[in-house]
Design a protein around this ligand. Sequence first.
Ligand SMILES: C[S@@+](CC[C@H](N)C(=O)[O-])C[C@H]1O[C@@H](n2cnc3c(N)ncnc32)[C@H](O)[C@@H]1O
Length: 286
Amino acid sequence: MPGNIIDIIANRSRLGPRQKSRLLWDVFRENGFVWTSLLVLYYFSSGIAEASFARLQSLKLKRNLPGTSSLGVNKEIWENWDWQAEGEEWTPSPEWKESLLRNVLRRYIPHGGHIMEIGPGAGRWTGALIEMADTFSAVDIAESCVRVCQQKFATHSNARFFVGNGKDLSDIPDASVDSLWSFDVFVHINIAEAASYVREFSRVMRSNSVGVVHHGTSGGLDGGWRSNLTSQVFRELLHQAGFRVLSEFQTWQDRGQEYPVGLYHDQITVFVSSAPADDSPSHMAI
Ligand SMILES: C[S@@+](CC[C@H](N)C(=O)[O-])C[C@H]1O[C@@H](n2cnc3c(N)ncnc32)[C@H](O)[C@@H]1O
């Protein structure tokens, strides 16, 4: 993500001793002594931070550990995030955001219908989505995010916000969603939860609906506290659930300039739910 990213570890300076101990205990319990020791080493030693980071990520993949992307740790991190900057701390420039809205969000998410967002945070993309939607739903694992969004978008009677369990969409009825957006969320979600969400996509998304999901590519080896989800695994999950991948990209072009999706070779995947052969999506000018 953008250069001025607030590191997850830096954010922990906001936490009190009890929250810190709980977080450390969760990480220790879920990853074991070796991985946690490496994490602590990274925390205290900036000189060897990069080498240590690379080591723990490869160990995570090798031993199939959840790292910092388990449900429990994700909830703890995001519940306690300082949302005063409304997520704009991850926006590298106003031009990047405007270009992403124009060339990605508004290009692939069709106007109207029921638009759903997973992980709205403090609503960095939510306002644009609500404006386009007839009805809008968002699910976040953190109650703090849902509270912030409910206050921020209180005047929009077409918008509903739910606290989810981080892996299913139980508040969303079958075949009710026309388009789905998730940015800067699946980069933090491990394969198990991503697989569960993709199965839920196939339950809640209507035929011919479109999904736009930002995720990591290398399982965390490129940095940025990315989860173990790779582009290849995400593509396979979508295929298994019956989706068709329309586009995968790490950059986009706008008026002669190339913009990156994120700092760590992040990717956006655009997919559509399966539809009868003679019923191709009319809004897809890709
Ligand atoms: C880096 S923030 C991004 C927020 C917002 N999408 C943005 O771009 O500003 C990650 C968000 O994903 C949410 N999140 C993390 N794991 C989740 C999960 N398993 N299900 C739903 N939301 C999750 C967090 O609570 C947080 O709101």
